[in-house]
Design a protein around this ligand. Structure first.
Ligand SMILES: NC(=O)c1ccc[n+]([C@@H]2O[C@H](COP(=O)([O-])OP(=O)(O)OC[C@H]3O[C@@H](n4cnc5c(N)ncnc54)[C@H](O)[C@@H]3O)[C@@H](O)[C@H]2O)c1
Ligand SMILES: O=c1ccn([C@@H]2O[C@H](COP(=O)(O)OP(=O)(O)O[C@H]3O[C@H](CO)[C@H](O)[C@H](O)[C@H]3O)[C@@H](O)[C@H]2O)c(=O)[nH]1
Length: 335
């Protein structure tokens, strides 16, 4: 089976490629414009097409050349804060880009689509952990772009018979066990790599965006899920889609939430670095608490987190950052 992995040079996509390439029966083609991804994260022997999903001519060329059977779609602009400042850019890349991709899939009769959705579609959830069937009510443009695509997918199934799976990741974290791929965004906006940059002496302090939320220590709560566990969920989702021929949406998280302060403290414990912090104003568009209920993925896909003990995480150096956080995360809880 030929799988076109759009955004396969990025953080989560590159981990999916690593896992998928260990499975029998899949041929992988990566499409990425390298705006954020890294050529060095593409393993030797995997086909690569440098292209932008907003370039329909390029998409047509790639589909006609490789004739994929399924598409996994990781490409997006991904920062909540940036999306508030530049909503049009976000709708263009995340919504218009996805429409072009779906149009070309339709033209080349490609039926299976796996979409990187997000916890950000839920806005300020009414129930925590957020059930799979909670009603999406995004509160920032980034989350809304993903919700719009989810609706486009449902209507496309209705009209054209597209079969799709939306995987709503909570906060991805960690790095590949080999240590040669991991999170490497420039500029970095995600909390854990920013904290680790302080420990590495590359930044003086980490900002805490708001300490007046209604949470146990006033800082935002997020559910951090290991990137390799996200990758294995994709492989299960693909197998399910092909076997059952049924569209579905799944939350993917750990079911546990950590405040910004807890994450910083965990990193202090693990690295032994004081990691100075600075409380700043709230970041616009940030919900107070996001924790996943992933019952559906567990029950329907048989997905289970592998990376849930300190022994599993280990110290994983990658580039200039380390996935130290998760070790500390468990130390702190006494596990
Ligand atoms: N990182 C997280 O915590 C998280 C959480 C929930 C959902 N997601 C979603 O998962 C997906 C992957 O996230 P990530 O953290 O790996 O991001 P990333 O930026 O590392 O990866 C995205 C990749 O897509 C490529 N890309 C972006 N726009 C493109 C375009 N127009 N044409 C071609 N390539 C393009 C980038 O170069 C990059 O390699 C995104 O859709 C994101 O919204 C991420
Ligand atoms: O310097 C920082 C950076 C972040 N934060 C806080 O840390 C938490 C996590 O922020 P991240 O930027 O690391 O991640 P987000 O929760 O904003 O968003 C991430 O996870 C979402 C799903 O939950 C998305 O899908 C999105 O792509 C991805 O960026 C938030 O409360 C944020 O306010 C800080 O306090 N200081």
């Amino acid at each position: 089976m030929k799988i076109l992995v759009c955004g396969g040079a990025g953080y989560i996509g590159s981990h999916l490629v690593r896992e998928l390439s260990t499975q029998q029966g899949y041929e992988i083609i990566i499409l990425d414009n390298l705006s954020k991804g890294h050529i060095k994260s593409i393993p030797k022997g995997i086909k690569f097409e440098k292209a932008d999903i907003r370039d329909k001519t390029a998409l047509e060329r790639i589909f006609s050349k490789h004739k994929p059977d399924a598409v996994m779609h990781f490409c997006a602009s991904i920062s909540v804060g940036e999306s508030v400042a530049d909503p049009l850019g976000y709708y263009e890349n995340n919504v218009a880009g996805t429409i072009y991709l779906l149009q070309v899939m339709k033209k080349y009769n490609v039926k299976y689509f796996i979409f990187s959705s997000t916890a950000a579609i839920f806005g300020n959830p009414k129930e925590v952990p957020i059930p799979d069937n909670a009603r999406p009510e995004p509160i920032n443009p980034y989350g809304d772009t993903k919700f719009v695509v989810e609706k486009i997918l449902a209507w496309s199934e209705n009209a054209y018979g597209l079969k799709y799976i939306c995987l709503r990741y909570f906060n991805a974290c960690g790095a590949h066990e080999s240590g040669d791929i991991g999170e490497d965004h420039d500029p970095e906006t995600h909390l854990i790599p920013l904290i680790l940059q302080v420990a590495l002496g590359q930044r003086e302090s980490v900002s805490i965006f708001g300490d007046d939320y209604e949470t146990k220590d006033g800082t935002c709560v997020r559910d951090y899920i290991h990137v390799t566990d996200l990758a294995t969920a994709h492989i299960r989702a693909l197998a399910y889609l092909i076997k059952e021929n049924k569209s579905q949406s799944f939350n993917l998280g750990s079911g546990e939430g950590y405040t910004v302060k807890e994450v910083i403290n965990a990193a202090r414990n693990v690295t032994g670095h004081p990691i100075p912090d600075k409380v700043e104003d709230r970041r616009i568009g940030d919900p107070a608490i996001l924790i996943a209920g992933s019952t559906r993925a567990e029950q329907i896909l048989g997905w289970k987190r592998k990376y849930n003990t300190i022994e599993r995480y280990g110290l994983q150096p990658y580039s200039s950052t380390f996935s130290w956080f998760l070790i500390g995360h468990w130390d702190q809880r006494g596990q």
